[in-house]
Design a binder for this molecule. Structure first.
Ligand code: NDP
Length: 331
C-alpha cells in the first residue's frame, strides 16, 4: 500500500483527496507500464493545479492519480533501459492526465518516457525544476536555435514570477542576456532581480489590446501568458527576432495581426513539453543540471506535502504562488 492523491468524478461531482492505494490497484490501472518507480518528489505545475481543482478538462480518464512530474528510484523494470536503483525523472507524456501520475509514493510508468537523472541533480532539485523549468529550457533552446544571442539586445520574460518565468529569467541571465521581467507582482521585483533580471516591468503594460506594430525592443521573448500579452510581445520584437510561446496564463486566444511576421520577419516558435522527443528532453535536462545555479533553484522553491498540494492548487491558479513548489510525497 502507498499514499497518493486521488481524483474521482461521479454524477454527484468531483472529489480530490489523499488515499491509500494497493499495488494491485495500481497495476490494474497501468497495464502499459514496464517500470515501477518509488517516487520521492513531485511538484505542482499549472496543469496539475487545473487537474487538482477540476478547473479545466485536463484529466481524460477517471479515477486519476494526478501529477505530471515525478522523480525517484526504479524499484523494478522490464524495460531494457532501466534497472532497479536507477534514478529517473518523468515529465508529461499524458501522465497525470490519461495515465496514473506521480503525486503518489509509487508510480508505474513506461521506460520510454523516463529521463535518467543527471548526476548533478537529486529528486528534490529535479522537481524544483519540474515541467515548468524544463519548458523554460525548451524556450531558451528555441530562442538559441533561431539565432537569438545576448549581443542583439534585451529579452523579455512574461509571467516572470511564476514557475516557467522564474527559471527562464535565471537561465537567460546566466547565458549573458539582459533580461526584462514582466510581472503582475511588482512587489516581487527584488526576487526577480536576485534571479538575474536587470529590469522589472508591470504586466499591465503588455496585457491590454495594443497596436499590431509597436516600437521594436526585444531580441527575443519567452512568453508563458498568451492572449494580448503575446500579441504585444510579437508587436515589440526587433527585426528577425523570436518569441517562444509556451503558456496561456492570461488566455488561450492570440488577438494578433500578421504584421510582425511579414514586415519584421519575426518568428513565433511554439514550445510543447508534453510530447517533446527524447533527445531534446535529455539535452534540456543536461543543460538544466549544468546551467541553472543551485542557489537560484533554492531561492525559487518551497517544499510541501501531499495534502498541501490540494490547498496550494487554487492559489497557484490565482497567481499567488511564487516560483516553484516541490511536493515531498512522504510528508
Ligand atoms: P505559474 O502559475 O507558476 O505561473 C504563471 C504566471 O503567469 C503567474 O505567476 C503570473 O505571473 C502570470 N499570470 C497569471 N495570470 C495572469 C493573467 N491573467 N495575465 C497575465 N499574467 C498572468 O504557472 P507555470 O509557470 O507553471 O506555467 C505558466 C504557463 O505555461 C501556464 O499557462 C502553463 O499551462 C504553461 N505551460 C506550458 C507548457 C508546455 O508544454 N507548453 C509546460 C508548462 C507550462 P506574474 O505574477 O509574474 O505576473
Amino acid at each position: 500500500m502507498f499514499d497518493a492523491l486521488y481524483l474521482g468524478k461521479t454524477d454527484g461531482g468531483f472529489s480530490a483527496a489523499r488515499r491509500r492505494i494497493g499495488d494491485d490497484e495500481l497495476a490494474a490501472a497501468t497495464p502499459e507500464a514496464d517500470v515501477t518507480v518509488r517516487v520521492e518528489c513531485s511538484t505542482i505545475n499549472y496543469k496539475d493545479a487545473l487537474a487538482l481543482t477540476n478547473r479545466s478538462p485536463v484529466v481524460r480518464r477517471w479515477p486519476m492519480v494526478p501529477g505530471i512530474d515525478g522523480a525517484g528510484v526504479v524499484e523494478s523494470s522490464s524495460h531494457p533501459g532501466f534497472a532497479p536503483g536507477d534514478r529517473v525523472i518523468l515529465n508529461g507524456w499524458g501522465v497525470g492526465e490519461a495515465h496514473w501520475g506521480c503525486l503518489a509514493q509509487r508510480a508505474r510508468l513506461r521506460g520510454d518516457w523516463l529521463v535518467p537523472m543527471p548526476g548533478e541533480l537529486d529528486a528534490r532539485r529535479a522537481m524544483a525544476i519540474g515541467t515548468a523549468g524544463y519548458t523554460a529550457m525548451l524556450c531558451v533552446m528555441a530562442l538559441q536555435r533561431h539565432g537569438v544571442a545576448p549581443d542583439q539586445g534585451e529579452v523579455l520574460v512574461t509571467g516572470a514570477a511564476g514557475g516557467v518565468g522564474s527559471v527562464a529569467v535565471a537561465l537567460l541571465a546566466r547565458l549573458g542576456f539582459r533580461v526584462v521581467a514582466s510581472t503582475g507582482r511588482v512587489d516581487e521585483a527584488d526576487y526577480l532581480r536576485a534571479l538575474g533580471a536587470v529590469e522589472v516591468i508591470d504586466r499591465a503594460a503588455l496585457s491590454a489590446p495594443g497596436k499590431p506594430l509597436q516600437k521594436e525592443r526585444w531580441a527575443g521573448v519567452v512568453d508563458a501568458v498568451g492572449s494580448h500579452t503575446l500579441a504585444n510581445a510579437c508587436a515589440q520584437v526587433k527585426y528577425r527576432g523570436t518569441v517562444a510561446a509556451c503558456g496561456l496564463a492570461q488566455g488561450m486566444d492570440l488577438p494578433a495581426s500578421v504584421a510582425p511576421f511579414i514586415l519584421r520577419g519575426v518568428t513565433l516558435a511554439g514550445v510543447d513539453s508534453v510530447m517533446c522527443p527524447m533527445p531534446e528532453r535529455r539535452e534540456a535536462w543536461a543543460r538544466l543540471a549544468r546551467e541553472l545555479d543551485p542557489a537560484h533553484i533554492e531561492r525559487m522553491t518551497t517544499v510541501a506535502g501531499l495534502d498541501d498540494a490540494l490547498r496550494l492548487a487554487p492559489e497557484l491558479l490565482a497567481g499567488k504562488v511564487r516560483g516553484r513548489v516541490v511536493i515531498d510525497v512522504n510528508r
